[in-house]
Ligand binder design. Structure first.
Ligand code: UT7
Length: 323
């Protein structure tokens, strides 16, 4: 059995935060942000929008495109680092809102690598025969944990959700393989210190709820990690890079994507980039990009598509899918 992606969907909150608006909040410039990151604008949720709202809309979109009613789903899996609340899981909130009953739902947190970790998990469940139709959503609302007086983080992140419906198939299509990695010794590269059991609310200062990032250090390990994940996965699946039709990398920084293309000697025209419009949407970035690539007919039947991601944890990984 293989896990085939039979539908994709995305949802971006309507509020746009462009570089000009950020110039009024911190000492920065549109020129600096575009040349150092490739980002022109990103979406930002309002006080009334939480991760489950974005996830629900992306899920409805993916289910519609898959031609599947919610009651055909037998597992709801959400990749997020920014749940609506500490408990219950955002998976349960979305499952309830979709009206699906008596099927498991849970969250998985691998931050920006959440979609790849989620895809590998869904694939394993389908290959084992445990579930046949899985709804996998990548969603994050990092702007809720962003300090808009810190120019090193506030220019990068945006909010969004992307979803896929995976179904068991005997066709030679779907997820071929995945590689997952983590290095917990570098947990402090990107973290939000407060709100958990280490610094609970009664001990936290307001600033403890904001993300702290060692951007430059992360940049260097990101390029190495992405390259390692891709080369290891190609070796594991015995596929040559020449045969890869399309790469969808995590949208963290165009310079990271450019450096990766250069290291791999892979043409930029075959790498999907939409960071200009949304910034870094963490676990949502790959499924949003995938949905746009599918909707824009950039991916064709039988194409070999490679996903690769990197993020807080540190976590990184790659997945190979035959479309
Ligand atoms: O989702 C995955 C996890 N996250 C990432 O992958 C992020 C990876 N890192 C990055 O994308 C980049 O490191 C950043 C975009 C965060 C920063 O770019 P950089 O080229 O690595 O800049 P830097 O941190 O080395 O800083 C260079 C200079 C510094 O000034 P000095 O010390 O040289 O005078 C910074 O203070 O740029 C300054 N700077 C800014 N200037 C204008 C930092 N942020 C800004 C800003 N506007 N927003």
């Amino acid at each position: 059995m293989r896990a085939k992606i039979i539908g994709t969907g995305a949802f971006l909150p309507p509020g746009v935060l462009n570089n000009e608006a950020l110039e009024k909040m911190v000492v920065t410039s549109d020129e600096w942000i575009v040349s150092r990151t490739g980002i022109r604008e990103r979406r930002r949720t309002t006080d009334n929008e939480a991760s489950s709202d974005l996830a629900y809309n992306a899920a409805k979109h993916a289910l519609k495109n898959a031609g599947l009613k919610p009651d055909r789903i037998d597992l709801v899996l959400i990749a997020t680092a920014t749940p609506d609340m500490l408990l219950p899981s955002t998976g349960c909130l979305v499952q309830g809102r979709l009206g699906i009953r008596n099927v498991p739902a849970f969250d998985l947190n691998a931050v920006c690598s959440g979609f790849i970790y989620g895809l590998a998990t869904a694939d394993a469940f389908i290959r084992s025969g445990a579930y046949k139709s899985i709804l996998l959503i990548g969603v994050d609302t990092i702007t809720k944990f962003t300090d808009y007086s810190d120019r090193t983080t506030c220019i990068i992140f945006g909010d969004g959700a992307g979803a896929v419906v995976l179904q068991a198939t005997r066709e030679k299509k779907g997820v071929i393989g995945s590689r997952l990695y983590a290095d917990g010794t570098k947990w402090d590269y990107i973290h939000v210190p407060g709100g958990g059991s280490r610094i609970p609310s009664y001990a936290a200062a307001p600033s403890d709820y904001y993300m702290i990032m060692k951007g430059h250090d992360t940049f260097r390990v990101a390029v190495r990690g992405l390259e390692q994940a891709i080369l290891d996965l190609l070796k594991q699946t015995r596929v040559s890079l020449r045969d890869i039709d399309f790469i969808i990398p995590h949208q963290a920084n165009t310079r990271i994507i450019g450096a990766l293309a250069e290291k791999l000697k892979y043409p930029m025209e075959k790498i999907f980039v939409n960071i200009e419009n949304y910034g870094n949407t963490s676990a949502a970035s790959i499924p949003i990009a995938l949905h746009e690539a599918v909707a824009g007919k950039r991916i064709r039947n039988n194409d070999l598509v490679l996903f690769a991601s990197f993020g807080s944890g540190l976590t990184w990984g790659a997945s190979l899918v035959k479309w």
